[in-house]
Ligand binder design. Structure first.
Ligand SMILES: *Cc1c(COP(=O)(O)O)cnc(C)c1O
Length: 853
């Protein structure tokens, strides 16, 4: 008999153990070594069995066991100590509190997925893990941020691999209470319910779960509530499960419902409503339309004023240059919702235009969530320097006439939460050596602090754990899917003494899971070398609807079952956070071979690096930025190849060469049993990447570069009953109307000397037709610098603003300035006109630029 619903009944805790409840319901336990150890020690075997979660642990331990622990003085002492530490963590001042100047009051951070811990499977891959790490670092830094997402009853799927090598999916249901989440309740203790009015007299209701991530609340909207009809209850059934309307309803709930939920939470907790809204990818784009609708109906703004206000306070992060990673809905489907009472007051036609692909190659029949995100977010970024560049090229057409380098999308490189991802054993070494487990201040290159023996010892220890875990997982997988009898070779798979390469990630085509199989003979030789073998550990889930990804997994699994290589190349099913935490530290080398430049950033290599693994990767995403010749190896990109096959051949062959001629000799070269040169690279990696690759660095960047300016813009526009928002809207419409007729009438260059010398100056006069705009509405700029063969201003150019002189004569206003000839060589300049207003972030963000011709 199968239960239709399950829930957890918790035993009563004695007073001395009461703090366990609070410790269990704050997810800080997942990155605090001591709190984690406290719960695990209650019953280590049980802890593993129930999937390492404190709330579940409290539900699983019987009253007897708890009573016994309540009488254990040592245990009770640890409970008290952990409780005090949690209080100190929650209350003390942190980085943000000590930041000078005006600061955001409250940032709402929207994401369709959050990867906080293995026991809360609300993520599919990098995007979600990044969101989880963002919350944790925001908490550690004291940033007043609230996460907003959905609670998926079955989360993302769990993967098993059949005897045929084919991926199977299962969707175990989650019990939010049993995991340590609490329901958001109003003053009368009734669950807060968020309701969306949908077309056709339908309503979508949801409740809100709160997960405390240290100091940061994470609000998760859940459509599983008695008020909903059966089909509406299924809206939050799975992450990325359905398509079409199901997906759209999820995104409406996330965006529209999310704004309402964060407002409800703020009011109930006496916190300011958010002044910054950050959307992680485009999925939550409707948050902006919901806020516009509010501003129109509640504050009496018109469409353009509301748009200005919303743009000012919105940060949009784009995460992928792969079109399949961007949500696009049929335009007609969206039209119904936008015209309904869900978005009261909003002009549906104009709202739709915000998401249309109005550029060459765009599809007029779709509504694109990335386009919406960019139109609604005045502050936008990609997630590595290279990805910023790629995004400016990819979305540049939304700013016609603007040079690609100037497209207003900046970049902030991703990072990872070190306290979550650094292995406890390595944290132990840090604590012994420096008294704390921080990564960003430790100099691992100092052999006097951590000896080669100690470093190699801990690396080997972490590898042994991976080997043991791999054997356990492979055995369990055979037991579950095969005949049930575990063959004896499983006890011998992997060898802690062998050079170990890890490769695990989602399996979209561009990540090229099977590149390593390109030349099976060559790979086999590397794996089976009698003296200096290599072993590879692999993991990865394919999206359930993506059969091409499942075929790749099957190819790999089949290859790995060949008795010749079996045990030297191992596929571990169900790659997720718990496996990842054992996998990264256990590998000597972390491999990544995407098709450049499709990997926006990539973060698994950073997690590996913080644990002392060396990276072996295509120069894409973060590695393009931070590869320095001593922290690993760069696989050369064959992007001049004439087709994909040729490119794969060339890159695979370079990969084998690197392994054979660089990695293997370096790894196996020993002095007194230790690979000293290898360890030198490990030390360098941990020291240098330990400073950069953390999400603390990333969140600080977001705060100072995007959140602080966004909050300032929001406040400036909102002040005095939206005075500036109204003024900005008037300004934008005035310059848009006039712009087609604005042009540079003449540029007087008669002052160019015959023989220009460095140090000379040159007076420039430009006559500009403003067609009714005032000289204050525009900046007439002189751009100058070195030119290339095409007479383009290449590389570093300077921009200098000219000043208006005299009155307008025959419709022409003159602007002048002095051009210093600072660089030698071929030199050029041009004059351009752009609108100027204090509330613009970039001079070209309106897409209005006029060049002299
Ligand atoms: C870090 C991580 C990812 C993302 O890794 P990429 O390098 O960005 O592909 C995916 N899944 C899990 C479980 C992770 O921990």
């Amino acid at each position: 008999m199968k239960a239709i619903r399950t829930f957890t009944v918790r035993p009563v805790l004695a007073d001395s153990l009461a703090p366990l409840d609070r410790l269990a319901s704050n997810w800080r336990w997942s990155w605090s070594r001591a709190t984690y150890a406290l719960f695990a020690s209650m019953d280590p075997a049980r802890w593993e069995e129930i999937g390492e979660n404190p709330a579940r642990m409290l539900g699983a331990l019987g009253q007897d066991k708890l009573d016994q622990l309540a009488r254990d003085g040592e245990f009770v002492g640890r409970v008290r100590a952990e409780d005090e530490r949690l209080t100190a963590y929650l209350e003390g001042d942190r980085w943000f509190q000590n930041l000078e100047g005006d600061k955001p009051a409250h940032i709402a951070y929207f994401s369709p997925e959050f990867g906080v811990d293995g026991s809360l499977p609300q993520y599919s891959g990098g995007l979600g893990i990044l969101a989880g790490d963002h919350l944790k670092s925001a908490s550690d830094l004291g940033v007043p941020l609230t996460g907003v997402g959905l609670f998926y009853r079955a989360g993302y799927f769990r993967q098993s691999i059949g005897e045929d090598g084919w991926q199977r999916e299962s969707y175990p249901l989650l019990d939010p209470y049993g995991l340590g989440l609490t329901l958001l309740r109003d003053e009368d203790a009734a669950p807060v319910e968020i309701t969306l009015d949908l077309p056709g007299d339908r309503q979508l209701h949801s409740r809100v779960w709160v997960a405390d991530i240290g100091r940061v609340p994470l609000l998760l909207l859940d459509s599983e509530t008695p008020s909903n009809s059966e089909d509406m209850r299924r809206v939050t059934d799975r992450l990325y499960g359905g398509g079409g309307e199901h997906r759209l309803l999820q995104e409406l709930l996330l965006g529209v419902g999310g704004v309402r939920a964060v407002r409800a939470w703020s009011a109930l907790n006496g916190k300011p409503t958010p002044d910054v809204y950050h959307t992680n990818e485009g999925h939550a784009g409707f948050q902006g339309l919901e806020r516009m609708s509010e501003l129109i109906t509640q504050d009496g703004l018109d469409f353009d004023q509301a748009l200005a206000q919303v743009r000012a306070s919105t940060v949009f992060t784009t995460h992928t240059p792969v079109p399949a990673g961007i949500d696009r809905f049929p335009r007609d489907l969206i039209a119904d919702f936008l015209a309904s009472s869900l978005f009261t007051g909003l002009d549906a036609g104009r709202a739709i235009a915000l998401g249309l692909e109005t550029y060459d190659g765009g599809d007029q029949g779709v509504f694109n969530m990335a386009v919406l995100g960019l139109h609604l977010g005045q502050h936008a970024n990609g997630v590595s320097v290279l990805h910023g560049e790629v995004s400016r090229g990819m979305f540049g057409q939304l700013w016609p006439g603007v040079d690609t380098e100037e497209v207003p999308i900046t970049s902030i490189t991703n990072g990872v939460h070190a306290p979550t991802w650094v292995h406890p054993a390595l944290k132990g070494v840090s604590e012994r050596a420096w008294g704390n487990a921080h990564t960003d201040t430790h100099d691992w290159t100092d052999r006097g602090i951590v000896s080669d023996g100690e470093l190699w010892g801990v690396r080997q220890h972490m590898k042994q754990q991976l080997v043991a875990e791999a054997r356990r997982r492979v055995a369990a997988s055979i037991q579950a899917t095969g005949s049930g009898v575990v063959p004896s070779w499983v006890e011998r798979i992997l060898d802690p003494e062998v050079l170990t390469i890890g490769f695990a990630r989602r399996v979209p085509t561009y990540k090229r899971l099977t590149l390593m199989l390109r030349d099976p003979e060559r790979l086999t030789k590397l794996l089976t070398d009698p003296d200096r073998p290599v072993q590879i550990v692999i993991g990865g889930k394919s999206h359930p609807a993506d059969d091409s990804g499942k075929i790749l997994i099957q190819q790999l699994v089949r290859f790995s079952r060949d008795p010749q290589v079996r045990g030297r190349i191992v596929f571990l099913p169900d790659y997720e956070i718990s496996l990842a935490k054992t996998l990264y530290p256990g590998c000597d080398v972390w491999l990544n071979n995407p098709l450049r430049p499709l990997e926006a950033c990539g973060t698994s290599g950073m997690k590996a690096a913080l644990n002392g693994a060396l990276n072996l990767s295509i120069l894409d995403g973060w590695w393009d930025e931070w590869y320095d010749g001593q922290n690993g190896w760069a696989i050369p990109t064959a992007d001049t190849a004439s087709n994909d096959e040729e490119r794969d051949d060339a890159e695979a062959s370079a990969l084998y060469d690197l392994i054979e001629h660089q990695l293997v000799p370096r790894f196996y070269e020993r002095e007194n049993g230790l690979p000293l040169a290898w360890l030198g690279m490990v030390r360098h990696t941990m020291t240098e990447l330990g400073k950069k690759a953390t999400s603390d660095r990333m969140v600080r960047d977001y705060v100072t570069r995007l959140y602080v300016p966004a909050a300032a813009h929001d406040a400036a526009l909102r002040a005095n009953r939206f005075k500036e928002a109204k003024a900005l809207a008037v300004f934008v419409s005035r310059v848009r109307d006039a712009w087609p007729r604005v042009h540079v009438d003449n540029v007087d260059s008669s002052g160019i000397p015959q023989q220009a010398q460095a140090g000379d100056t040159l007076e420039v006069r430009a006559g500009v037709r403003l067609d009714g705009l005032s000289p204050d509405d525009v900046a007439v700029e002189l751009a100058y610098g070195r030119t290339n063969e095409d007479d383009a201003l290449a590389g570093d150019r300077s921009v200098y603003r000219l000043s208006p002189v005299g009155k307008e004569v025959d419709g022409v206003t003159t602007f002048t300035g002095v051009l210093p000839l600072t660089v030698t060589g071929t030199f050029g300049y041009t004059v351009r006109v752009v609108p100027t207003h204090p509330q613009l972030v970039s001079p070209v963000e309106l897409g209005l630029v006029t060049y002299a011709s």
